[in-house]
Design a protein around this ligand. Structure first.
Ligand code: SF4
Ligand code: SF4
Length: 89
C-alpha cells in the first residue's frame, strides 16, 4: 500500500471509530456536576465539543479546575464511563 492510500485508510478508520460515539457527554463531565467549559448541549442527552478540532491539551471545567483532554483511545481499557461505546473496545 502506498503512503497516500495508507493515510486515506487511516483517516477512514478514524472517522468510522469516531462515528460510533453516542455523544452522551459522559467523558466530558456532562453528569459530573462540573463539566468541561467547552461542552455544549445540543438536545436531550446529546452533546458536542465547541473546540473539537483543537480539544487535545489542557482545558478547564465550569468551576475552573484544570484537566487534560485526551483522545478517548488513551483512556482504554476500562473507561470510567461504563455506558461508553468504547468501553473495552
Ligand atoms: S475539550 Fe475535551 S473534555 Fe472538553 S468538551 Fe471538548 S472533548 Fe470534551
Ligand atoms: S462517553 Fe463515550 S459515547 Fe459518550 S460522548 Fe464520550 S466517547 Fe462518546
Amino acid at each position: 500500500m502506498d503512503e497516500i492510500a495508507y493515510l486515506r485508510k487511516q483517516k477512514q478508520e478514524q472517522e468510522e471509530y469516531e462515528a460510533l460515539c453516542r455523544r452522551c457527554g459522559a467523558c466530558c463531565g456532562a453528569y459530573s456536576g462540573d463539566p468541561c467549559v467547552n461542552l455544549e448541549q445540543e438536545s436531550a442527552g446529546k452533546y458536542r465539543c465547541a473546540v473539537y478540532e483543537t480539544r487535545i491539551g489542557m482545558q478547564k471545567t465550569v468551576s475552573g479546575k484544570n484537566f487534560a483532554c485526551v483522545p478517548i483511545r488513551d483512556l482504554r481499557p476500562n473507561l470510567p464511563f461504563k455506558d461508553c461505546v468504547y468501553y473495552e473496545k
